[in-house]
Each structure stands twice: as structure tokens, then as C-alpha cells.
Design a protein around this ligand. Structure first.
Ligand code: FAD
Length: 325
């Protein structure tokens, strides 16, 4: 039976949502086999294994070590490669997150197999694993057939919806491979951004602003709309981050963050191909632009042709009223 291995990321001792999405993506691939997860972190991380079981992991391999409290590329690559080899998996799945983009290729290199990065979908066709992903900055969707075993794939966050199975996976202690504290690069501290801000990768709603807002001060409109939703993060285009109106960590697109929220509201954004590359997989896209021919309307599910300085405050007021009722 073809078992599948999922690499579950944790941050500050908690499993990240994308790990649950990977479990949902893995289940159809397993076709009667099992879905296993690797979970690593500081002492106490094992308590998180139940959440992976409750989202479809049949077994969770837990490695706890003080030097795994922060992302430890070398130690994790050794650990995941060893598990992948020992388990004889059909596929090993990573998130196409900052961490997964670093870790996936390291593991693939150790296993001597190729990696398919930033996949939008993953399926099985006979002995091959078939993935789709964007190419040419999102202009085309390419289909790749992976014949290597295991197929190493990183899946875009939000590409698959997590499913609560309420199962209880086996939990097995897995010792680290080598000494994690001997890694040549150790992250000693990670400094969180504004703790009140929702992470762009996790937020179900993203309100993104573009040059149409004209200045940093006008981003207050976008922040107010995000606050009215209550579960929204604020994003931006590169034009905006280059101007210094927002931090670079807010940039969405080809050279920024890749996001797939349930709802993406584009405020004064033209819809350049490089921006679309980071957000076009969002479930519902709403665009507000005064130019009816702006390219953003080609990918939008709902378009409002109008001035952001009129439309956004009206929308914010309407959301507040709707939330109160
Ligand atoms: C190699 C490379 C990588 C890149 N990577 C990225 C990336 O990762 N992310 C990214 O976003 N960009 C990226 N870019 C830049 C990209 O090409 C665009 O320049 C950028 O996305 C444009 O940002 P914008 O939509 O905010 O600005 P603009 O293109 O200037 O659009 C502003 C829009 O606001 C509208 N507008 C103006 N005033 C109002 C108003 N009052 N009410 C309503 N609408 C109004 C206008 O009609 C216009 O459509 C990259 C470019 C290159 C070359």
C-alpha cells in the first residue's frame, strides 16, 4: 500500500494550519495506504500530535529537542530524509511556505530525487504522481509527471481545504538524526512582527492595497476594512512596498508572499501579472478600481468600478452593520 509522508510545520510550539491541508491532500494519494506526519519541535511538541491525528494522520512521528524549537534546516532535512527512506513512501509533501521552500529541496537532494515546487494540485496516475503549478509568472498552468519514488512535492498553502476527521493517529517518538545542536546554522531567535496582525498565510480574508491609495496614510482605509471583517490581514503590491508605504513582508506576488485566502479584496490594484502570481488562487476575488479596463477585473469574481476613497468607507460601514446584526 502506498503510504504518504507529510511534513507538518510548527511555529511557537503549535502546528500550522497548512499541515492540516497537506494531510487532506495526502489522503486521496494514499489510496488505502496510510498518511504519516513528521512533527518536530522543542520539548512538549508531542502534545500537538493529536491535532494531526484529528485531521487525518494515521501515525505521527514526533521528534522533540531543544535545538528544534526554531527552524533548524540541517537537522530537519536529516530527520525527514531518514523517515522518508525508512518508510518507503510514495510521496513526501511539504508546504510551499518560507520553511518548506527551504526544506523541501534539501530533503529531495538527500534522497536523490527531483522536487516539484509550489504545486496547485496533486494526484496519482498509475505509478506517476501528477502535479500542476503555475509557470511564466502565472500565465500558464503546467502539468508535471513525477516518476521518481518518493515524489517530493511542495503544495501551495490554501490549495486544499483542511478536513477534520476526528481520528486519533498513533504517536511514535522518533529520535533526532545526529545532534540538532551541532547544525552549522542555528536560528537563535525569531522576532515576531506586530502580534495583533494576522499572518497573511493563515488569514481567511486579505484586504490588499495598491498604488491607487496614493499614500501610506490612506492605508488606514484598508486597515479599517480589515478590522471590520475581524478575521482579515492586510497585504500590498510591490509598488506600495517599494514606496515604503507598507513593509516588504506585506508584499503579495511573484517576488512576495503566495496567498490563497477565502476572500481577497484588491483595493486600487491594477492586476499586474506579477501580483496575480501571488493571489489568483484565492477562492473569491473582489476588485475595486476606477479603471473598468484594469486587468484585475479579468480574475475578479466581483468587480466594483469606482473610487476607492468612496467605495472602501462605504464597504467598511456596510460590513460593520452586517456584523452587528
Ligand atoms: C521581476 C518583477 C517582479 C515583481 N514582483 C511583484 C510582486 O511580487 N508583487 C507585486 O504586486 N508586483 C510585483 N511587480 C510589480 C508589478 O509589475 C506592478 O508594477 C505592481 O504590481 C503594480 O502595483 P499596483 O497595482 O499597486 O500599481 P499600479 O499598477 O500603478 O495600479 C494602480 C491602480 O490603481 C487604480 N486607481 C488609481 N486611483 C484610484 C482610485 N482613486 N480609486 C480606484 N482605483 C484607483 C488605477 O486604475 C490602477 O489600476 C514585479 C515586477 C517585476 C518586474
Amino acid at each position: 500500500m502506498p503510504n504518504i509522508l507529510v511534513v507538518a510545520e510548527s511555529r511557537a510550539g503549535e502546528v500550522r494550519k497548512v499541515g492540516f491541508e497537506l494531510l487532506a491532500a495526502a489522503r486521496p494519494l494514499a489510496a488505502g495506504g496510510e498518511v504519516h506526519a513528521v512533527l518536530a519541535g522543542a520539548a512538549g511538541i508531542g502534545a500537538q500530535a493529536t491535532s494531526l491525528g484529528a485531521h487525518g494522520a494515521d501515525a505521527v512521528y514526533v521528534t522533540a529537542h531543544a535545538a528544534l524549537a526554531e527552524y533548524n534546516a540541517e537537522a530537519l532535512a536529516a530527520l525527514v530524509a531518514a523517515r522518508a527512506t525508512a518508510g518507503g513512501y510514495r510521496a513526501v509533501l511539504f508546504a510551499a511556505s518560507a520553511q518548506g521552500r527551504d526544506l523541501g529541496p534539501r530533503v529531495a537532494a538527500r534522497l536523490g530525487v527531483p522536487i516539484a515546487s509550489d504545486a496547485l494540485s496533486i494526484a496519482v496516475d498509475g505509478d506517476a504522481t501528477v502535479v500542476t503549478h503555475y509557470a511564466y509568472a502565472g500565465k500558464v498552468v503546467a502539468t508535471l509527471r513525477l516518476n521518481a519514488t518518493p515524489a517530493v512535492v511542495s503544495l501551495r498553502p490554501g490549495a486544499v481545504t483542511a478536513v477534520a476527521t476526528n481520528g486519533a493517529g498513533r504517536v511514535e517518538d522518533a529520535p533526532p538524526v545526529g545532534d540538532p545542536s551541532a547544525s552549522r546554522v542555528l536560528v537563535t531567535e525569531s522576532i515576531k512582527g506586530d502580534s495583533r496582525k494576522l499572518d497573511l498565510a493563515e488569514a481567511p480574508v486579505i484586504i490588499s492595497g495598491g498604488r491607487g491609495l496614493r499614500s501610506a496614510e490612506h492605508f488606514k482605509l484598508v486597515e479599517d476594512l480589515a478590522e471590520a471583517f475581524g478575521n482579515a490581514a492586510v497585504g500590498a503590491t510591490r509598488a506600495v512596498t517599494d514606496e515604503g508605504w507598507r513593509p516588504h513582508s506585506d508584499q503579495i506576488g511573484q517576488t512576495g508572499r503566495q496567498v490563497s485566502p477565502d476572500l481577497y479584496v484588491a483595493v486600487g490594484i491594477s492586476g499586474a501579472i506579477q501580483h496575480l502570481a501571488g493571489m489568483r488562487t484565492s477562492r473569491t476575488i473582489v476588485a475595486i478600481n476606477k479603471d473598468k479596463d484594469a486587468p484585475i477585473f479579468k480574475v475578479a469574481d466581483y468587480g466594483i468600478v469606482g473610487d476607492v476613497f468612496e467605495v472602501v468607507p462605504a464597504l467598511t460601514a456596510a460590513i460593520r452593520v452586517a456584523k452587528r446584526s
